[in-house]
Design a protein around this ligand. Structure first.
Ligand code: NAD
Length: 417
């Protein structure tokens, strides 16, 4: 049966309520967190290449700033709505809280199909959005970053526009910039590296040795490819990876760097010569590994395929890859699901490092960045694992509980309740 689709903001509010109830939090905590503190809706006029004017709708939601400035990406997509942006900003509050970053959640978006725009139109739209949200953002106030269909170039235009308005250079107001323009080394690898770190820690808890692990990774983009590469570097065998084009399988272990090279040259996994077998992309659910890492899109593991999975560990590189129904089945089967808000927090963690480096104007080596990321994420994993065992809940609920407890304490100290 197909799962019920809920408005994303209603889902975020439900998850918040469950965790607040489990924590026994004061009613005021739910009341303070159930709605963003501020949502700005803007109209952005853009002069198109043909001389006409088009007006786009954009949003910036700042969910909670009890712990520090708000932080979260900006997406350019036709499906962007006010409620989606509000939900994503709520989830960012939890994600930052999980790794203990000194931020609350924010998110922004423009309702637009970028495929219909020229590069010049995208630049004018990006600069227009930066001007429109300039009154409420800043390196000590709200720090946006890239998300779906936005990138380092777009962040650079926005930094330039914001700096012109403020009449000073403010590189730390946006993260996800190219390394040559104040970005951090290690950011490209960060999310996948974090996923592999979480696989390693989860395996330790399950009493499994990395050398004995067979890993399958769904999705071979930024997150999936680096998750597979580092899992292999930590000693595991990556037996299958998939993308939209195919699932490639090698029981003896794929050479992940060779797969990355093939994907770079051909734009897809299909046709990789080092595979024993090439199947339909959904065969990834049937390869029976010890670890499954969904790193593609949301709603990948559903009640329809959850019973095909034999993995003992699921590490969610993607956002929202497991439906609530499938999550319950996995919990009942004793599968350890490392939740998205922890497993893919490497990205926002290194964005935080980028911001710190911008504020200091002093830049770290790649090794220093990865070392700092490892410490933050492994500590967070261990703390959440303890909460999970103490309260006999799944790891997702434990992660929400830890995060909400931190925010609730800050709100209490500020005298908000
Ligand atoms: N990039 C980051 O730093 C970051 C951080 C946190 C969370 N995430 C989340 O991770 C997920 C992936 O992000 P990304 O940046 O790697 O995106 P990406 O566009 O680089 O890669 C997505 C990959 O998924 C594949 N894919 C799509 N549909 C598929 C299917 N049905 N079966 C198998 N493969 C499929 C694509 O072919 C591609 O290889 C998203 O949910 C994103 O929100 C990304």
């Amino acid at each position: 049966m197909a799962e019920k689709t809920l408005n994303p903001f209603e889902i975020a509010q439900q998850q918040l309520k469950t965790a607040c109830d489990k924590l026994g939090a004061d009613d005021a905590v739910y009341e303070l967190l159930k709605e963003p503190k501020r949502v700005l809706e803007v109209s952005i006029p853009v002069k198109m290449d043909d001389g006409s004017i088009k007006v786009f709708k954009g949003y910036r939601s700042q969910h909670n700033d009890a712990i520090g400035p708000t932080k979260g990406g900006i997406r350019f997509h036709p499906d962007v709505t006010r409620d989606e942006v509000k939900a994503l900003s709520t989830w960012m509050t939890f994600k930052c809280g999980v790794v203990g970053l000194p931020y609350g959640g924010g998110k922004g978006g423009i309702t637009v199909d970028v495929n219909e725009l020229s590069e010049g139109e995208i630049e004018r739209l990006s600069r227009g959005f930066a001007r429109a949200i300039a009154p409420i953002i800043g390196d000590k106030q709200d720090i946006p970053a890239p998300d779906v269909n936005t990138n380092g170039q777009i962040m650079s235009w926005m930094v330039d526009e914001f700096s012109k308005i403020k009449q000073q250079n403010v590189p730390g107001v946006f993260t996800g910039k190219p390394v040559s323009f104040g970005g951090s080394l290690g950011r490209t690898e960060a999310t996948g590296y974090g996923v592999a770190l979480m696989i390693r820690e989860a395996a330790k808890k399950k009493g499994l040795k990395m050398e004995d692990l067979r890993v399958a990774v769904q999705g071979f983009g930024n997150v999936g490819s680096y998750a597979a590469m580092y899992a292999e570097e930590f000693g595991a065998k990556v037996v299958a990876v998939s993308d939209s084009s195919a699932c490639i399988i090698n029981e003896k272990g794929l050479d992940v760097k060779a797969v990355m090279k093939h994907r770079e040259e051909n734009g897809k996994l299909s046709g990789f010569e080092g595979a024993e077998r090439e199947e339909h992309r959904d065969e990834i659910f049937k390869v029976e590994p010890e670890v499954f890492a969904p790193c593609a899109l949301e709603n990948a593991i559903t009640s329809e395929n959850v019973n095909d999975l034999t993995a003992k560990i699921i590490c969610e590189g993607a956002n929202g890859p497991t439906t609530p129904e499938a999550d319950k089945v996995l919990y009942d089967k004793g599968v350890l699901v490392v939740p998205d808000i922890l497993a893919n927090a490497g990205g926002v963690t290194v964005s935080y490092f980028e911001w710190v480096q911008n504020l200091m104007n002093y830049y770290w080596s790649f090794e220093e960045v990865q070392e700092k990321q490892e410490k933050l994420m492994v500590d967070a994993f261990n703390k959440i694992f303890e909460i999970m065992e103490e309260h006999k809940v799944d790891m997702r609920t434990a992660a929400y509980m830890m995060s909400i407890k931190r925010i609730a304490e800050a709100m209490k100290l500020r005298g908000w309740y």
